[in-house]
Ligand binder design. Structure first.
Ligand code: S3P
Length: 446
């Protein structure tokens, strides 16, 4: 998807205050559409994220024979066709900016006897697909891709797939999910072994639709996740919670803009997504979770953040899978904290929508923050007050970089400009308006 560049500026503002909701969880929204398409019957979804990434998944599934319609704000219906029934798409599947859409759909396609051609935007075409091509080939699927398994690629799914046992070489919920989804149209049991637990939305939702999925501890640590092939999946309603990765931006803004008191309601607090909240608490943040409940098989709460002094912390590598998308905004919090924050084990950040390790370091440095990358670790020396700001940040087709640096601009001494905010629409449509409703000062750069 082409984005017209639209430079935007965030200025220091007075206290942020209010209670808001953020759009639906991106990971869960993709899965609701995909699993709804593989279940037989009519799945009603409430709270679906209507961001570009999820809309790309909906369009691809329509091209594969499912029927997906929008009934109103976040209200969508999926008429599922069942496991094994995907039809060959007539045209390229363009998944825009979305790694989750590309990798999970490749999993589904790998065990359907059809051929599909898959591509994405400039960011997605740079990202590694070899990590799913490798295990999916073991089912018997054939791929023709650019160097390094990059998109565009062609996949011909296996007509007689073979179940596999696969040990994840990288902690990735996308790779785990791709293998599990391929296992659905495969006889017997397909197993993924993960050394470090990653988000388990696929497993939870498969069970919700009636598939047999077991999760057991693996000898020597980690988890062994097994799905039985050819499940009877039937349509089931889905309620999508607010995305904790989106809530992170107004919450951190509430912590660093003096005098603020911000509540985000109805946020998913799946323990495999709450690493950021742990880090912020260790940094001394005033964060409270209230009104705990369960919605659609996922734990949910309202989260309140009040401004105060933050202190640097040492963030262990083991926590990375539970907060992998939150490092840009954690680095912003660290830049406003007292003392040094060390974020360890961030190799996976190099293969996100942009090379986030380098993008965070460059952006903070431009804003006058002392920052270092040592191997796969990021070290931020807190300003113990307000960072200088005054920079123009390159978004690099990365929504989370844009949002993180807009939040930094709300506390910095000088305004922070962002070259292109259009990618924010992939995950958080309405972000700027929502922040301004809380009292932020984000507007078009002159
Ligand atoms: C996601 C998994 C993570 C995350 C991405 C969404 C998912 O990617 O960064 O935004 O929905 O499974 P990896 O699996 O590459 O870590």
């Amino acid at each position: 998807m082409a984005h017209p560049a639209s430079p935007t500026v965030a200025r220091r503002c007075g206290p942020l205050a209010g209670a808001i909701r953020v759009p639906g969880d991106k990971s869960i929204s993709h899965r609701a559409l995909m699993l709804g398409a593989l279940a037989v019957g009519r799945t009603e979804i409430t709270g679906l994220l209507e961001g570009e990434d999820v809309l790309a998944t909906a369009a691809a599934l329509n091209a594969l024979g499912a029927s997906i319609t929008r009934n109103g704000d976040g209200q969508w219906t999926v008429y599922g066709i069942g496991v094994g029934a995907l039809a060959e798409p007539e045209n390229l599947l363009d998944l825009g900016n979305s790694g989750t859409a590309a990798r999970l759909l490749l999993g589904m396609l790998a065990t359907h006897p059809i051929t599909a051609f898959v591509t994405g935007d400039a960011s997605l075409r740079r990202r590694p697909m070899g990590r799913v091509v490798e295990p999916l080939s073991r089912f018997g699927a054939r791929f023709v891709s650019r160097e390094g398994g990059r998109l565009p690629l062609a996949v011909s799914g296996a007509a007689d797939p073979i179940p596999i046992v696969y040990r994840l070489p990288v902690p990735s919920a996308q790779v785990k999910s791709a293998v599990l989804l391929a296992g659905l149209n495969t006889p017997g049991a397909t197993t993924v072994i993960e050394r470090q637990p990653t988000r388990d939305h696929t497993e939870r939702m498969l069970r919700h639709f009636g598939a047999a999925v077991s999760t057991e501890p693996e000898d020597g640590g980690g988890l062994r996740v097994t799905v039985e092939g050819f499940p009877e999946m039937s349509a089931a309603p889905i309620i999508v919670p607010g995305d904790p990765s989106s809530a992170a931006f107004p919450l951190v803004a509430g912590l660093i803009v003096p005098g603020s008191d911000v509540t985000v309601e109805g946020v998913g607090i799946n323990p495999l997504r709450t690493g950021l909240l742990e880090c912020l608490s260790e940094m001394g943040a005033d964060i409270a979770l209230v009104n705990h409940r369960e919605e659609g098989g996922e734990p949910v709460a309202d989260i309140r953040a009040r401004a105060g002094t933050l202190t640097g912390a040492d963030i262990p590598a083991e926590r990375a899978p539970r907060m992998i998308d939150e490092y840009p905004i954690l680095a912003v919090a660290a830049a406003c904290a007292r003392g040094r924050t060390v974020m360890r084990g961030l190799a996976e950040l190099r293969v996100k929508e942009s090379d986030r390790l380098s993008a965070i370091a460059t952006g903070l440095d431009q804003c006058g923050v002392r920052v270092m990358v040592e191997g796969d670790d990021l070290i931020v020396e807190g300003a113990d007050n307000f960072p200088a700001g005054g920079a123009m940040i390159e978004t690099r087709l990365d929504h989370r970089m844009a949002m993180a640096f807009l939040v930094l601009g709300l506390a910095a001494n000088e305004p922070v400009r962002i070259d292109d905010v259009a990618p924010i629409a992939t995950s958080f449509p309405g972000f700027i308006e929502l922040m301004n409703r809380l009292g932020a000062a984000i507007g078009e750069a002159e």
